[in-house]
Design a protein around this ligand. Structure first.
Ligand code: PDD
Length: 281
């Protein structure tokens, strides 16, 4: 079974791929990343993810010279080499290698690009509802940049899993929902408005969120981007999450509150289907 990754200009087996101990990604989380899913030669939202990667790099002042098309070529090569049909692509760019020093000012170092393919079993259009828990958002003030510095997210997801849930939903200090530990959160309220938090710098600008918003609007669903409270979350008719690896997943219980009497909602399921249909065509 081949397991080939791309690291620092080379294709290499897992065993032969080495990260330098002075990689700033390793020391400081001084790195950005993206996850893109593919299925039978279809990439979901490829350009959006790569564009966001470039935005994250710019925010952190990492000088990266690869173009969108050269990244695509490497990724296609890797998928072929790994004989993968369905799976995800993990792309990470760290600032590079230098002796440990917090400041990067004046460092003349080359970013390290790593790309890893993970094979998946088939993607199911149908999906079961999942449980979520809420907890305080204790992340840094720039969660809009997709960096590998993810400890609060890691702790939050682990707490969810320990509690038999799929996702943790962060709540800000004013009682409003920000996002999930690795997803954006949506509610369908009692007025049939589909609400997700606006891009106020307190959430990641999810690529799946962006597509779902367009597909919903094209299908005459009233989409509103604004903050909503934890109570609105509990009282919603439907709740779902979006992310590159989960697409759209309905949430049927949050803490001790059942959503839609614990049943998967139609709008959530329709949006999941719409997402797949849009990339098929
Ligand atoms: N997570 N918010 C956070 C904090 C995320 O980590 C993610 C994605 C999202 C959804 O963004 P997108 O739709 O672009 O995937 C929102 C990825 C999948 C991960 O960390 O694996």
């Amino acid at each position: 079974m081949p397991n080939i990754i791309y690291i620092n200009g080379k294709y290499a087996s897992y065993e032969d791929s080495k990260i330098h101990v002075n990689d700033r990604g390793y020391h400081f989380g001084d790195a950005v990343y993206e996850v893109i899913v593919f299925n039978n030669k279809i990439f979901y939202d490829f350009d959006g993810h790569i564009q966001r990667l470039f935005n994250s790099l710019k925010s952190l002042e990492i000088n990266f010279s690869f173009s969108m098309s050269s990244l695509k070529l490497i990724i296609k090569n890797l998928i072929k080499m790994n004989r993968a049909i369905v799976g995800s692509v993990y792309i990470q760019v760290s600032r590079g290698i230098s002796e440990r020093n917090h400041s990067y000012y004046g460092l003349n170092i080359k970013p390290i690009l790593t790309i890893i393919i993970t094979k998946k079993s088939n993607i199911d259009i149908n999906v079961k509802g999942v449980r979520a828990i809420t907890l305080d958002d204790n992340r840094w003030s720039r969660p809009d940049i997709k960096t590998t510095q993810l400890l609060p997210n890691v702790m939050a997801k682990t707490k969810a899993v320990k509690n038999g849930a799929y996702e943790s939903i962060f709540i800000d200090s004013d009682g409003y929902v920000t996002e999930g530990s690795s997803s954006n959160i949506w509610i369908l309220n009692n007025d049939n408005k589909l609400i997700t938090r606006n891009l106020d710098g307190k959430i990641l600008s999810g690529i799946t969120r962006n597509s779902i918003s367009s597909f919903a609007k094209e299908n005459n669903i009233n989409v509103v981007e604004k903050r909503f409270t934890r109570d609105e979350l509990f009282e919603a008719n439907e709740v779902f999450l979006t992310s590159a690896s989960s697409f759209v997943i309905p949430i049927i219980q949050i803490d001790n509150h059942k959503i839609n009497e614990g049943l998967v909602g139609n709008i959530s399921l329709n949006l999941r289907k719409l997402y797949f249909d849009n990339f098929k065509s």
